[in-house]
Design a protein around this ligand. Structure first.
Ligand code: ADP
Ligand code: MG
Length: 508
């Protein structure tokens, strides 16, 4: 048998209480009535026991009975209250309903007849209300949770239709695309995807065929710049049975940049190892080669002493001596490249090196080349061999001159810079610190990427090696000297635009 319905009846009229007990017929009819005529007892028992329903007379002697409703609402709001009243106090009954009473009955025989049914229906409705309230609460909580995820997710979320319409996007998507929600919803897919991406068609086709797509595409910002994204896109039916899609995407630019930096660093490290190996080879040959040159030189000089200037062999001997000197110069350059040249380091300033010889050097340049100096007004002191520093300036400036056969601008700048750990992470063989920088920039022919990747290799030249112009040693020597000074060198170049060589010497 079901548990009896527990009724708590408040009335100061003992007759009515008896009547109600009789009407509800005791436990065997499914009711258990607790009755009281006092507000204090009512309050005490309500808090102590479990009741399914409270019934209260509205015309109790101590008050209007509205107090009973208020008390239940405050302490046990899930228990419904039925008010019982004389037909005289209909207004009071209306007021009771406003205060939260679940139903009211009049104290007459007709109404009392249906009392059991009224009680059961009030309890049933209250239970239904409660279920609805709970599911409403659950829905609200799940909507709130969904909102939190949608609003705070770092990934972009797009709610769309397969035909390209967009209904909603989250904040992260707007940020990545550089657009407002309204703009994106108005423009649809065109506001998001890069239509020139060759993978787009396959992605849409796969999503249509399989109901979902997972992969990479290019998206487009408002300023038309394109960025790579990793995305998942899924087709589903919404509550109205409409076909919709949800796409979640993540900007891959940073990850790509890290990969690129890592690759560049690896290449730089390979390059450094290669240069080191060539350097070892060069040093090995250079000493023996120098000894041979010395023997040829002294033998030639001896033969010249024995001959007069107008002797038939004299000019040939002169040629031999000159060639030996050229050979010795070549060996010296190779030793500089291999970082084995002799050095005389002094504390000096880059500006002084440039000012000491600059005029002499640049005076030999054609007038169509404009030379501009932008020197640090407060130059840092560095520890370097001034002759070797001058060699850097000469070699780099000569390259700039040769890159500007029709004239242009050669700009030489000195500056102080700090290279931080971020910079050093992407550049091989350099530690963070303060540096004096020398920049040699031209507006010449520039280089393509392949040429740029080889410029520091000895004997690499795009110039006519048989003429005096190209030896392919200019920049390898520059790099050797820079590294011998614990410095650092970079070169940036754009074909048809120009080239900038940046050299960093550690500040003392
Ligand atoms: P060389 O000048 O004898 O060719 P370098 O070592 O000085 O040898 O330069 C190597 C190559 O780097 C050059 O042949 C040229 O292709 C390229 N290069 C160097 N500097 C520049 C520059 N300022 N503009 C364009 N190309 C340059
Ligand atoms: Mg050169």
């Amino acid at each position: 048998m079901d548990e009896p319905v527990r009724v708590f009846y408040v009335d100061d009229d003992a007759n009515y209480r008896k009547l109600v007990v009789r009407l509800l017929g005791g436990k065997e009819n499914g009711f258990h009535v607790t009755e009281t005529d006092s507000l204090q007892d009512f309050q005490k028992y309500l808090l102590q026991d479990d009741f399914d329903v409270v019934m209260t007379d509205l015309d109790v002697r101590w008050d209007t009975g509205l107090q009973v409703i208020d008390f239940v609402q405050a302490w046990q709001p899930s228990i419904p209250v039925i008010v019982v009243t004389n037909s005289r106090s209909e207004e009071l009954a209306v007021e009771a309903m406003k205060r939260g009473a679940a139903d009211y009955i009049f104290k007459n025989s007709q109404h009392f007849k249906v009392l059991p049914a009224t009680i059961r229906s009030v309890i049933k409705n209250r239970k239904l209300d409660e279920v609805q309230r709970q599911s409403g609460l659950a829905l609200k909580t799940s909507e709130e949770n969904y909102r939190k995820i949608f609003d705070n997710c770092f990934d972009g979320i797009l709610f769309t239709a397969p035909d390209g319409r967009i209904f909603n996007v989250n904040h992260a998507a707007c940020k990545m695309l550089g657009r407002t929600v309204e703009e994106i919803c108005q423009l649809g897919r065109d506001a998001v995807v890069d239509k020139t991406d060759a993978r787009l068609f396959d992605a849409l086709e796969k999503r249509y065929r399989e109901g979902e797509f997972k992969g990479e595409l290019n998206y487009k910002r408002k300023d038309a710049s394109v960025f790579p994204v990793e995305l998942t896109s899924k087709i589903f039916k919404d509550g109205d049975g409409e076909t919709r899609t949800v796409t979640v995407f993540r900007d891959l630019s940073d990850r790509r940049q890290v990969e690129k930096d890592r690759e560049a660093l690896l290449m730089q490290s390979f390059h450094a190892q290669k240069m080191e190996a060539i350097g070892t080879l060069v040093v090995g040959i250079a000493h023996d080669f120098n000894n041979m040159l010395q023997i040829i030189l002294s033998a030639s000089q001896l033969l010249m002493i024995e001959r007069k200037d107008n002797d038939r062999d004299f000019a040939d001997l002169q040629q031999i001596v000159k060639t030996v000197h050229d050979g010795a110069d070549l060996v010296n350059q190779l030793l500089l490249f291999a970082k084995k040249g002799g050095m005389r380091k002094v504390s000096t300033k880059l500006n002084d090196v440039i000012l000491s010889m600059g005029d002499e050097l640049f005076d030999t340049f054609p007038k169509a080349i404009c030379v501009e100096l932008d020197l640090d007004p407060d130059p840092a002191t560095v520890f370097l061999d001034p002759n070797l520093a001058l060699r850097i300036l000469v070699n780099a400036s000569m390259n700039a001159k040769e890159a500007m056969p029709d004239g242009g601008l050669l700009k030489i700048t000195t500056n102080k810079v700090s290279l931080d750990s971020d910079y050093c992470r992407t550049h091989h063989g350099i530690t963070p610190g303060d540096f004096a920088m020398l920049s040699i920039a031209d507006t010449g022919c520039g280089m393509d990427e392949r040429t740029l990747s080889k410029i520091f290799e000895p004997f690499f030249s795009t110039k006519d090696m048989s003429s005096a112009k190209g030896t392919g040693l200019g920049l390898s020597v520059v790099q050797g000297i820079v590294e011998q000074h614990n410095g650092h060198i970079t070169c940036e170049s754009k074909l048809g635009i120009g080239t900038e060589l940046k050299i960093y010497f550690p500040v003392i």
